[in-house]
Design a protein around this ligand. Structure first.
Ligand code: PAF
Length: 325
């Protein structure tokens, strides 16, 4: 007997003339109903670290004719991730969130060891946002000791962040490809804050004929403009204030384009000046590129991505905007 059926029986019993037998039956039903509701709730949010359990669950959903959305994350979830999960839950019958700090996308001197983690808080956020399953594997579950197969991309992954982080997108493509193979989602959701990552993943999906729709979602900002990022947690008070140069530069560039400026040089100069006026900030890059190919442009035409990476102390933050002209 399922939950809906029990609810109906219970309703009928409540409105009938109760005798003692009926009362006993009612209590019994009450207990069963509560258990069914609990089981249903449990079904709403499972967590597993095992590839075969994810596969088993997704197969069962497929058997029931349900659609599946995937939100790949590295955990320490914030409102940006939440917006992806909420959207995925609105567009799919079930949502899987992967919560995995992927070691192979970090360079040797990067923050793998200190990358923030809080699985309990992540579970809560996923549940609130409507996820059905969290995939939270250990690195050993994802990478055999003799792991030796990587997805490598040319061009799209080489500019912008690829210059400072030469092995980063190889790690991203490899893990995202693995996640697609594990979950077989109908759709996968990524934030525009990592605009180059999105271009890289779209290219990988196209080039390798992966059967998944990539959905890009807008950047979520704090009230003062700072783009949400798990790495914001590294900033002390002074750095947190200084970090606002990124969004200020973004808003300035956007405004210039809105007012008709098309010359990349003029827009980038104004944006760089904002960043360079902040003593705690050190520019890695501020560039204007084609949003799909990531090739530099001199004029804003078509779909252009204006992106930046800026160090605030040791923390490297990114921000961007895309304009379609
Ligand atoms: O954007 C991220 O958090 C990661 O790069 C991703 C896509 C989850 C792959 O590890």
């Amino acid at each position: 007997m399922n939950h809906a059926c029990m609810s109906e029986c219970y309703g009928r019993l409540m409105t009938s003339n109760a005798n003692e037998k009926c009362e006993a039956f009612r209590i019994c039903l009450c207990v069963l109903w509560r258990r069914a509701a609990e089981a249903e709730r449990e079904e709403i949010m499972e967590i597993t670290g095992k590839v075969n359990e994810v596969r088993k669950q997704v197969k069962e959903w497929r058997r029931q004719g349900l659609t599946v959305g995937l939100v790949p994350t590295m955990g320490y979830l914030h409102d940006g991730h939440k917006s992806l999960i909420v959207r995925a839950a609105a567009e799919n019958d079930r949502v899987v969130v992967s919560d995995f700090v992927n070691p192979i996308q970090f360079g040797p001197n990067e923050d793998l060891a200190t990358y923030p983690r809080d699985i309990e808080a992540d579970k809560k956020l996923c549940e609130e946002a409507g996820a059905a399953l969290i995939f939270h594997p250990e690195p050993e579950e994802m990478y055999a000791p003799d792991f030796s197969t990587y997805v490598e991309m040319q061009k799209v992954s080489e500019g912008l962040c690829g210059k400072t982080r030469p092995t980063h997108f190889r790690g991203v493509c490899t893990v995202v490809c693995k996640l697609f193979n594990i979950v077989s989602p109908d759709r996968a959701y990524f934030g525009q804050k990592d605009a180059q990552q999105m271009a890289v993943i779209r290219r990988m999906v196209r080039d390798l004929n992966m059967d998944v729709e990539i959905v890009g979602c807008p950047i979520i900002r704090e009230a003062d403009g700072l783009a949400r990022s798990s790495r914001n947690t590294y900033l002390n008070e002074a750095q947190r204030k200084a970090a606002l140069v990124l969004s200020r530069a973004v808003f300035c560039g956007e405004e210039m384009m809105k007012n008709g400026e098309r010359d990349a040089g003029a827009i980038l100069k104004a944006m760089r000046e904002i960043i360079e006026a902040e003593p705690l900030a050190k520019t890695d890059y501020v560039e204007m590129v084609d949003a799909d190919t990531i090739e530099p442009v001199t004029r804003a035409e078509g779909r252009v991505l204006t992106a930046m990476a800026v160090y605030i102390g040791k923390t490297r933050l990114i921000d961007n905007f895309i304009v379609e002209l």
